[in-house]
Write a protein that binds this ligand. Structure first.
Ligand code: HEC
Length: 129
């Protein structure tokens, strides 16, 4: 019986994620590669969670109450959550856990702490666009 180790799958994962343009400072070190792979996996999970729980209200464009409300309050540039690059992860987590005016809170039974980490990583990552 054959076993496939995680290390063998890492390069493939990195390739699929197409993250060649995002080089952390420690990219040369083996530990950096492992770290980067787990960041990539967290972002994938975060994307799925965002699409499941947040996009209905925070998708880009009209028809999304979160986006519309933030546009009203903070302006066009800060309307879509995924365009924001200044939101501290701790702030995002607090808003998700406690809710914010029209936004409902999400309990750990809906979004676990580790899912919330992944979600936050996704929202705060990949700000090149
Ligand atoms: C039912 C609609 C709704 C859902 C679902 C929702 N939000 Fe919100 N969210 C809002 C609204 C509306 C606001 C703006 C509140 C205000 O300013 O009055 C907001 C604000 C925020 C803010 C604050 C932004 C700022 O500039 O201060 C963050 C962060 C946020 N939402 C993250 C999320 C995340 C992450 C999810 C998914 C887990 C999510 N929201 C799901 C409606 C929603």
């Amino acid at each position: 019986m054959k076993h496939y180790c995680h290390t063998c799958l890492l390069p493939l994962l990195l390739l699929l994620a197409g993250c060649g343009d995002k080089q952390p400072a420690d990219a040369g070190k083996p530990a950096g590669v492992v770290e980067q792979a787990s960041v990539v996996m967290a972002e994938e999970e975060g994307k799925e969670l965002f699409e499941l729980y947040c996009i209905a209200c925070h998708g880009a464009g009209p028809g999304h109450p979160g986006t519309m409300r933030l546009q009203e309050r903070l302006g066009e540039e800060k309307a879509a959550l995924l365009n924001r690059d200044e939101l501290p992860p701790a702030y995002i987590k607090t808003v998700v856990r406690e809710g914010f005016k029209l936004m409902p809170p999400f309990r750990p039974t809906e979004i676990t702490d580790s899912q919330l980490d992944a979600l936050t990583a996704y929202i705060t990552a990949g700000k090149e666009s």
